[in-house]
Design a protein around this ligand. Structure first.
Ligand SMILES: [Fe+2]
Length: 386
């Protein structure tokens, strides 16, 4: 959960007259996600944010499912996803269920001639390569390698990259993405045993206030369609805002690993939670220090979830033949564990430089046509010793 923030100029009392220098009113908007009960922010627009001029023809962007019932362990070669100039075109859905879309993108950074809003889902971008900034009505969120960028549903944004070589892992979540509840106290503050804290947040800054009329296209994603809607005024016309609901970022490099004398289970790596999946960060850390410790994980029957690992950097201790950008999928129902030799190889090792993002989903994942196109096709045999 984010923290209370305030940027720009706001009136001393909410829901009261807030006037421009010419005497006209600023236009207040409540931006919340769970009715009027969840986290929200109050934004003050220069113009009414409701001035639709025209509606374009919606087009279908639903993922095309190739395998709906998957019981196969998979390895996807993520860097085989082709770069594309346009940000939305570059987003390639790979693993999906009714709760989320997990995909990869390699946008080469063409300037966005439109604005984008996901009305269905919170978005979580993980920046594997590249840097830039997210531009929103709340201000700008700069990002670089290793950042998670969390964009609450309904946030209008443009994304700008500093160069052409960008690689992103992205999630679209139909339930809100929060920090893990067990790391929050009664007041919502991250506690002393949390692996990161509010000081690590990258918060919106450099508020943009564009007092402009014209034609501004917002591509709104809703029910697996993109609806192009043209507005009369610039979406970034906010003079000030405050509240709890806004985009922010957090660097995986600021995740402080929790270690122990013996092997610690995956929940110690948890970084975000939803009702439908968790996100964990596997970061460089010292290994277990019991004299007889086995640092590699034990085999485990992930019977209740599908497990997705995205490999970012370093040697991944429990896997053979894994490279940057690979995605492994271990479907629920089949136990899995270290590859042959990895269990033994880990004994006596003092530390690991592995860096990976894990997504465990509580419902099975389906594979898209694009996922099958980059599937190595033989990963499921990689545990066999014969
Ligand atoms: Fe696992």
């Amino acid at each position: 959960m984010p923290i209370y923030q305030q940027l720009g100029t706001i009136p001393p009392k909410r829901h009261t007259q807030f006037r421009k220098t010419d005497g006209g009113l600023y236009y207040e908007e409540l931006f919340g996600t769970i009715g009027f009960e969840g986290m929200s922010s109050l934004l003050y627009h220069t113009w009414r944010p409701t001035q639709v001029k025209s509606l374009g023809e919606p087009y279908d962007v639903a993922p095309r499912i190739a395998v709906a019932n998957n019981m196969t362990m998979r390895k996807l070669i993520g860097f085989d996803v082709k770069p594309a100039a346009d940000y939305l075109d570059s987003r390639t859905p790979l693993l999906v269920n009714r709760d989320l879309i997990l995909g990869l993108a390699a946008p080469t950074g063409a300037p966005m001639s439109y604005f984008y809003k996901n009305a269905d889902a919170d978005e979580l971008l993980f920046i594997h390569r590249g840097s830039g900034k997210l531009r929103t009505p709340f201000g700008q969120v700069p990002f670089t390698y290793g950042d998670y960028v969390l964009i609450p549903r309904g946030t209008i944004y443009q994304i700008e990259f500093d160069g052409p070589d960008n690689r992103l892992l992205y999630l679209e979540s139909h339930t809100p993405i929060y920090t893990p509840k067990r790391y929050r106290n009664h007041f919502g503050q991250l506690t002393e045993h949390s692996p990161y804290c509010e000081r690590d947040y990258i918060l919106p800054r450099d508020l943009e206030t564009h007092d402009e009329h014209g034609e501004f296209i917002i591509k709104i994603k809703k029910q697996s369609h993109i609806h192009p809607v043209t507005y009369e005024t610039h979406p970034f016309d906010v003079i000030g805002w405050d509240g709890y609901n806004y985009p922010w970022a957090f660097s995986i490099h600021n995740f402080e690993p929790i270690t122990g004398r013996i092997h610690q289970p995956p929940p110690v790596h948890q970084t975000f939670q939803t009702d439908a999946f968790v996100v964990c960060s596997f970061c460089p850390r010292l290994y277990d220090y019991h004299p007889l410790a086995i640092p590699a994980p034990y085999n485990h029957s992930n019977i209740d979830s599908d497990e997705v690992l995205y490999y970012v950097d370093g040697d991944f201790m429990s896997r053979n033949d894994i490279a940057q950008g690979h995605i492994t999928l271990h479907p629920g129902g089949i136990p899995h564990g270290p590859h042959p030799g990895a269990y033994e190889r880990s004994i006596g090792k003092k530390e690991t430089q592995e860096l990976a993002v894990m997504v465990d989903t509580f419902r099975p994942l389906m594979l898209t046509e694009q996922a099958i196109a980059i599937d190595d096709g033989r990963y499921f045999t990689s545990w066999a010793e014969g």
